[in-house]
Design a protein around this ligand. Structure first.
Ligand code: AMP
Length: 541
């Protein structure tokens, strides 16, 4: 066991009392021993000063590549505390939520081990596998249609199938429909579009699709699934229609709201969710990450554009790096100022690890003395469909990688920009390319440009590739070749709107409708990745 000596007890007391000045020195003082994933990692519990072995690692996506973050068992209690506040808050705004069920599409992912043998898995996988979730006491406000067996099945098709089937069977009891992120709920709708015939067949006959082979799922579905031809006919009638507008309200008529995060990168899904739900309110209840859960929305039925999160000071030690300041002095949670933007920094109880999460927040006001924050954006994220986060440098590198294929055709990429197309499910990255073909007799063929799509995907971060290969939550990358001169027109457009010629830079990601219209009207050919990029569950060293 590693030896540890702490010589300055007063600093520890200062941490307990939350004095900011001490944190810097304390962190360097309390060096975490053996924080090597192939040794026996230990952590000092800041409250009891005991040595506690790290029990597992959270796999986070915050930086594109998967990150390992040490965690301890006690951290789950803290997170549970935040979860337990969600329904009391919601109950203030939506009455009667104890009179029915929640249809939540919740999933786990396969876990891996560190070289030292510790478990590494996404934070929600840890939570759903914990006793806090699995053996939660009965609470009428938190009854789900999905059985634990379905949520805990690592095969995403089988898990989704069983959860959807239960949601259909219990359709008249459902009061809220949700997933963690908006993209997850849209995947569920897409799944229903693709699988309603089989689901209706199962409901009509009371037999389970033979593709569901997971024994615990089969066993629990055996108890739930009974022949119900009337319900099967209803599902067929609703889903057979081309028009899926309002489908959520049609199938689950008692739904009072959608429980999904639609702030930050998820805001792009609001119009599609409005279409499928017939304008149901969307509640963004909490703000969290793998590093730490941060806080909750105390006014959950507000419009998505007005959502603010109140950070719970007991979740971690929070610090804030001002965005527009020449100094890099950190500000305490108690000292942030209304209207200012900050980058969030936190130090966890699980190991006194200090993280720059990469989120930019703006202070909008206070709840009593607790500051409230609007999520502004993630730092350096250009493209995101689901949990993937691709930054400008990565995209540039990927484009350069693909351009190599064009060399033998004496062709180069003059300009490019990108767009996260989430109109279809799954969403996909679109890259607009303006090419300079020097020898038109030897221009790159359709096949070459398809392969360029794959060459762009290969060097992208592992979270992107995982979402393509394992999760199927992102579709094949698309290149749209545009006419020569298109990017000059783009510049003319920007200048006509007041941009300075001197300072004009091609936007590397676009979403503004007039610009999209301009680009799309100049497309000469479209190409898609012909294959899946390479991905394995192991982390890159
Ligand atoms: P991960 O570390 O993979 O769990 O991703 C956590 C990140 O997801 C956060 O740092 C945010 O960027 C984003 N996120 C989580 N909750 C919210 C929310 N309520 N609104 C906007 N973005 C969020």
């Amino acid at each position: 066991m590693p030896r540890l000596s702490i010589s300055n007890g007063s600093s520890l007391m200062e941490l307990r009392t939350g004095k900011h000045s001490s944190l810097e020195s304390l962190l360097s003082l309390m060096k975490i021993y053996s924080l090597r994933f192939n040794a026996s990692p230990m952590v000092i519990s800041p409250l009891s000063f005991q040595l506690i072995p790290f029990q597992s690692f959270s796999l986070g996506t915050s930086a594109g590549e998967r990150k390992l973050m040490p965690t301890i068992h006690e951290e789950m209690d803290r997170r549970q505390l935040l979860y337990s506040l969600l329904m009391p808050v919601m109950n203030l705004y939506v009455p009667g939520l104890d009179k029915g069920k929640g249809l939540y599409f919740l999933f786990v992912k396969a876990e891996t081990k560190t070289p030292g043998g510790l478990l590494a898995r996404p934070v929600l996988t840890s939570y759903y596998n914990s006793d806090h979730f699995k053996t939660r006491p009965y609470d009428p406000f938190n009854v789900y249609t999905s059985p634990n067996e379905a949520i805990l099945c690592v095969d995403s098709f089988q898990s989704m199938y069983a959860q959807m089937l239960c949601g259909l069977i219990m359709r008249n009891e459902v009061l809220r429909v949700g997933a963690v992120f908006a993209s997850g709920l849209l995947r569920a709708i897409h799944f229903l579009q693709n699988n309603w015939k089989q689901l209706a067949h199962d409901i009509a006959t009371g037999t389970l699709n033979p593709k569901i082979t997971d024994a615990p799922v089969r066993e629990c579905m055996r108890k739930i699934l009974k022949p119900n031809p009337e319900l099967a006919q209803f599902v067929t009638m609703e889903c057979y229609e081309e028009n899926w507008e309002c489908i959520i309200k049609r199938i689950w008529p008692r739904t009072k709201y959608l429980d999904v995060i639609v702030t930050g990168a998820m805001a792009q899904y609001i119009p599609t969710l409005e279409y499928y739900s017939g304008g149901l309110p969307m509640a963004c209840t909490m703000y969290a990450s793998s590093e730490c859960y941060f806080g909750l929305n105390l006014n959950p039925m507000c419009k998505p554009s007005e959502v603010t999160y109140t950070i719970m000071p007991n979740m971690a030690y929070f610090e804030f790096l001002p965005r527009e300041s020449s100094t890099s002095c950190l500000v305490d949670l108690a000292d942030v100022e209304v209207g200012k933007e900050y980058e969030l920094i936190l130090t966890t109880y699980a190991g006194l690890c200090r993280y720059r999460v990469g989120d930019i927040l703006r202070v909008t006001g206070f709840h009593n003395a607790a500051p409230q924050f609007r999520f502004i954006r993630r730092k350096n994220v250009l493209l995101s469909i689901e949990s993937d986060k691709t930054d400008e440098a990565e995209l540039q590198n990927a484009i350069e990688n693909a351009s190599l294929l064009l060399k033998e055709f004496n062709t180069s990429v003059v300009e490019y920009t990108s767009y996260a197309d989430t109109k279809q499910i799954p969403g996909h990255y679109v890259i607009y390319w303006e090419l300079l073909v020097k020898d038109s007799a030897n221009a790159p063929t359709d096949d070459v440009l398809n392969r360029c799509c794959l060459q762009i995907e290969e060097p992208l971060n592992s979270v992107y590739r995982q979402s393509r290969v394992a999760d199927n939550s992102t579709g094949p990358l698309e290149i749209r070749v545009v006419e020569n001169g298109t990017f000059e027109e783009l510049m003319d457009y920007a200048i006509s709107r007041g941009a300075s010629i001197n300072q004009y830079e091609v936007p590397r990601c676009v979403s503004f409708t007039p610009i999209m219209e301009l680009l799309n009207s100049r497309v000469v050919s479209k190409h898609f990745s012909p294959d899946l990029p390479h991905w394995t569950p192991e982390r890159r060293r």
